[in-house]
Design a binder for this molecule. Structure first.
Ligand code: AMP
Length: 346
C-alpha cells in the first residue's frame, strides 16, 4: 500500500496545450496560455505543440506557415519554456495523432459539430471555405489531448467548449471500448479562464483579426505606444464610483497584468473619485503609463525570440527532440487504443 502511494506521488499529471502558427503571438496567447505553460513545466509532465495541421483549415500560404512554425517555437522559448523540461514539438511530426483522430471521428456526430461556436464563427468569416477539417476541428483537438492521456489543458476561455467535446469523445470511447482515455479539463492557475480583449474592447485579441487593436509579442516599443495611445476612451465618469464601460475596464485589466499594484490602485482611485465637472482621472496619463509598462514587459520576450530565430539549426534540434518525446508517449496510447478496438492482429 505504502509503495503504491509513493508511486502515485511520483507520477506527474500530464499536461497538453497547443498554439496555431497562424500569425504573430499576442498578449492573449501569453496570458491565456503561455504564462501557465511556464509555471506548469516544473510541476507536471508537459507536452506543448505547434498546431500546424489545425492551421491548414484556412489554407495558409506554405512559406508563411513554415516561417510561423519556427517563430512560434522561438516565442514559446522566449516566454520561458525550457525544451529540456517539456516536450515542445510540431503536430505534424507526431503522425500517431492522425490515427487517433480517425478513431475519434467515429465518436463525433455531425449535428453537434455543426453547433460548435468556433465552427459557426468560421462559417461566417470564410463562407467560401467551409471544409470538413473545419467541421472536425474539435475532434483533432481531442486527439491532440488524448494521445498523451493528458488531464490538464491550459487554455483560454475560448476553448472551454472544445474541452467539453474532448471529454465527450473520451467518455464515448471508454464506454464502447473500456477505460483507456482519462477525461481532460481546461486549466488556469487563477481558477477562472482568461480572455484578453482587443484594445477597442470589442472582441478578443487575435492573431489574424483586428491587428491594430492587438498587442503582439513581436511589436516594438513605438508600435506598442502607438496602439495603446489610440485605444478608445471617453470624457470620463459622470458620477463617483461609476460603472466602467468595457473599453475602460479593459485598459485596467491590461494594467493589472503588467503594471505595479500601486499604479493600478492610483488610477482606480482617480476613476472612482471622479465625477462630471471634477474629472480626476486622466485617460491620457493612464494610457502613457500602460504603454511604458507594456513596452517594458514585451521587450525582453521580443528580443530573445528575435535572437532565437537567427539560429534555425538549434530550433530544428529542439523540434526533433520534442517530437521524439511526444512520439514515445503517443505510441504508448495508440497501442492501448488499437488493442481496445481490436486492431492488433500480430
Ligand atoms: P490560438 O491563438 O487560437 O491558436 O490559441 C492559442 C492559445 O491562446 C489557446 O489556449 C487560446 O485559448 C489562447 N488565446 C488566444 N487568444 C486569446 C485571448 N484573446 N485571450 C486569452 N487567451 C487566448
Amino acid at each position: 500500500m505504502k509503495k503504491r502511494l509513493i508511486f502515485a506521488a511520483m507520477v506527474k499529471e500530464v499536461v497538453l496545450s497547443g498554439i496555431r502558427p497562424t500569425g504573430f503571438l499576442h498578449l492573449g496567447n501569453y496570458f491565456g496560455a503561455m504564462r501557465n505553460y511556464v509555471r506548469m513545466q516544473d510541476e507536471f509532465n508537459c507536452y506543448f505543440f505547434v498546431a500546424n495541421w489545425h492551421s491548414l483549415t484556412t489554407h495558409p500560404d506554405t512559406k508563411e506557415l513554415q516561417a510561423n512554425v519556427l517563430r512560434v517555437i522561438a516565442e514559446n522559448i522566449a516566454c520561458g519554456l525550457d525544451p529540456e523540461k517539456v516536450a515542445l514539438y510540431v503536430q505534424s511530426d507526431v503522425p500517431q495523432i492522425a490515427e487517433l483522430y480517425l478513431y475519434l471521428n467515429m465518436m463525433a456526430y455531425k449535428g453537434e459539430l455543426e453547433k460548435t461556436v468556433t465552427f459557426k464563427e468560421k462559417v461566417r468569416l470564410q463562407p467560401e471555405n467551409v471544409n470538413a477539417g473545419l467541421l472536425t476541428y474539435p475532434v483533432l483537438q481531442a486527439a491532440d489531448i488524448l494521445i498523451h492521456r493528458a488531464v490538464k489543458v491550459p487554455v483560454g476561455k475560448d476553448q472551454e467548449q472544445h474541452l467539453e467535446m474532448a471529454r465527450n469523445y473520451a467518455e464515448r470511447f471508454n464506454h464502447r471500448y473500456g477505460e483507456i482515455l482519462p477525461l481532460p479539463y481546461a486549466f488556469n492557475y487563477g481558477g477562472e479562464l482568461v480572455k484578453i480583449m482587443s484594445l477597442d474592447g470589442e472582441g478578443k485579441m487575435s492573431k489574424s483579426e483586428n491587428q491594430m487593436n492587438t498587442l503582439y509579442l513581436a511589436d516594438d516599443d513605438d508600435v506598442i505606444r502607438k496602439k495603446i495611445m489610440k485605444a478608445k476612451t471617453d470624457g470620463g465618469p459622470l458620477t463617483p464610483n461609476a460603472p466602467m464601460p468595457a473599453y475602460i475596464e479593459n485598459l485596467f485589466t491590461l494594467m493589472g497584468l503588467v503594471s505595479s499594484t500601486d499604479t493600478v490602485e492610483k488610477f482606480r482611485s482617480d476613476y472612482n473619485n471622479s465625477s462630471e465637472g471634477n474629472c480626476i482621472i486622466r485617460y491620457g496619463d493612464l494610457k502613457k503609463q500602460l504603454a511604458e509598462d507594456m513596452a517594458a514587459f514585451i521587450k525582453p520576450i521580443r528580443e530573445k525570440a528575435t535572437d532565437l530565430q537567427k539560429d534555425t539549426a538549434t530550433l530544428q534540434k529542439i523540434m526533433k527532440m520534442g517530437a521524439e518525446k511526444a512520439g514515445e508517449s503517443a505510441s504508448k496510447t495508440l497501442t492501448l487504443v488499437r488493442s481496445a478496438i481490436g486492431m492488433n492482429y500480430y
